[in-house]
Ligand binder design. Structure first.
Ligand code: TA6
Length: 279
């Protein structure tokens, strides 16, 4: 079902037979809400988010494509999240959105491609797949991420469980210097911005305060980025409410430092994240 959301932007509403629901804006193929079977919101949205392009929507699940972060020649996180997609196909619980770069965008990124984002809501689960076909003659380099903002009651009482001890990561707050995690958890206590290269394929977001656990499973996406900007940075963002940084943490299945992928002409590639609420 297609309806009008804030800033006159169109969004698709998906409903699972078990009661879960998802909202996806055509702007950026951006998921802005995922609710459990019981109707609890599981994703964070900024109360100052701007829904109209060209700026990306703050919160939910931005799609970073064809570039993650500043790992390439384009602006931060590429242009897909700033662009309006078309509906390619849909049903009550799933939708596929489609995007091809404009002539203007091909001046910055000289490749023709077809990007399809499929979002499906299940019983306490959300499955999201990114498929890209290189429709140009040259091979196409890209990096990508599902930049998922999980809602937590209080970041001081939440953590990310990577399921494996002593993983190394590139610390983006220190020029990508390599660091080692002590233990298997990340507890956010200040700005944290890290690329775990070759991260485990199941990562858990644990909200200790309300006892909620969400599993993040990734397929075809070797890396995971973990992020919280903390107070100084977040409170300086025009599209983030005061002290809202306390209510989210990002876990982002990605092709980041493991990339870029060089997709040959005519070939397709896909990556998937599956989010599920542990009962
Ligand atoms: O994934 C982490 C990150 O790349 C951070 O460095 C931080 O800047 C964040 O994404 C948000 O980026 P944005 O362009 O949406 O403000």
């Amino acid at each position: 079902k297609l309806v009008e959301g804030p800033d006159n932007q169109q969004k698709v509403l998906l409903q699972s037979s078990e009661g879960g629901s998802v909202e996806v804006f055509l702007h950026g193929a951006h998921v802005t809400s995922w609710k459990s079977n019981k109707g609890e919101e599981l994703l964070f949205m900024s109360n100052k988010a701007i829904y109209a392009p060209p700026k990306a929507i703050r919160g939910g699940i931005p799609i970073c494509f064809p570039q993650f972060g500043v790992l390439g020649p384009l602006g931060q996180h590429g242009f897909a999240r700033n662009s309006v997609f078309d509906v390619s196909q849909g049903s009550s619980d799933s939708v596929t959105l489609s995007f091809r770069p404009s002539t203007e965008q091909q001046k910055q990124f000289p490749h023709q491609f077809h990007l399809l984002i499929t979002v499906k809501v299940g019983s306490d689960s959300l499955t999201q797949t990114l498929e890209v076909k290189n429709e140009g003659r040259e091979s196409m380099p890209f990096t990508t991420a599902f930049h998922t903002y999980f809602l937590v009651s209080d970041v001081d009482r939440a953590h990310v469980d990577l399921g494996s001890e002593g993983l190394t990561y590139q610390d983006n707050t220190k020029g990508r210097a390599e660091s080692t995690l002590s233990g298997s958890h990340v507890q956010f206590q200040q700005e944290f911005d890290a690329i775990f290269v070759g991260a485990p394929d199941t990562i858990k977001v644990v909200d200790e305060k309300n006892g909620r656990k969400i599993s993040v499973k990734k397929q075809g996406l070797p890396d995971a980025v973990l992020w919280n900007p903390w107070g100084d940075k977040a409170n300086g963002m025009a599209d983030m409410g005061h002290d809202q940084y306390k209510n989210f943490l990002c876990v982002e299945p990605a092709v980041a430092a493991s990339g870029p992928i060089n997709l040959p002409s005519g070939q397709s590639w896909s990556g998937t994240q599956i989010l599920s609420l542990d009962s």
